[in-house]
Write a protein that binds this ligand. Sequence first.
Ligand code: ATP
Ligand code: MG
Length: 305
Amino acid sequence: MLRIGSAIKRYGAITALDGVSLDIARGEFFGLLGPNGAGKSTFMSLVAGLRAPDSGTITLDGTLLSPANVATRVSLGLVPQGIALYDDLSAEQNLRIFGELYGLRGADLRRRIDEALAVAQLADRRRDQVKTFSGGMQRRLNLVAALLHRPKLLLCDEPAVGVDPQSRNAIFDFLEKLNREGLTIIYSTHYMEEATRLCSRIGIIDHGKILALGSLDDLLAQLPFVDAIGFPTGAATAAFATAVAAHGELVSDNETHRFGPRAEFKISEFYTLAERHGVSPRLFSHERPTLEALFLHLTGRNLRE
Ligand SMILES: Nc1ncnc2c1ncn2[C@@H]1O[C@H](COP(=O)(O)OP(=O)(O)OP(=O)(O)O)[C@@H](O)[C@H]1O
Ligand SMILES: [Mg+2]
């Protein structure tokens, strides 16, 4: 459905997208996972046709997407990272403007506005100015505004940031339902939990490059170990961490060391080392592999910094 070929986008000296090639099939729920500044919003703005790439091509069903090609852009919906609403207008007035921009009118538009307000759980606030809404309420309205014209491809740029867990779940359920009904979704986030829950395929992006691409299982299989033993970071475990690192792979963030032993390293030796360093076995936990660990493995950095 969507084909991105060697897309490059620079802002002055910064290369925000550095040769991204990617195919998205119809019906996918694709996750773009990367830290701040990775290039997620730049990717979204190119696909949405808001900006042109410096080089490379982006096509939707074979048609070139570009800022000039307004007709094709109607097939897209963008939920921008920054709230894009008129805050001195009401929820309803905002939706009317978005709908009219896409040529919707009359009873059809009114029905879609009612539906959108219901989904955003804002039916009772429809006549209130957007500036009187909480951040999460504005996020919900921002999301449904992008769906009024029933796009084929929905681009969601960190749509759930600052939304409370309950509303976030409602948004996730809603997006999953739309996806089951056939909507293709590209969803950017720096939360691996969101990518894990929602996405059938995930691209890990950093410094404008896609570093890894695949289903959750494909990606986790790229980790040098499957299961790991976790223990807390800190002065009390520092020497022990150094000692075990010689016997396998140690991936550490601010709170946790995750040790994946080499096949020949016996777990009994691990406990002997722990005893020698005065580290209590009570500190050990069984760590499932995570995208966070994979990101750390690929880049040496944390996903969230
Ligand atoms: N309009 C702009 N002018 C100059 N530099 C920009 C502009 N937009 C983005 N950049 C730079 O391009 C790089 C990628 O930014 P981008 O906004 O795409 O990242 P992101 O992955 O969306 O990050 P975040 O998670 O913080 O939203 C960054 O180095 C950023 O500073
Ligand atoms: Mg962004």
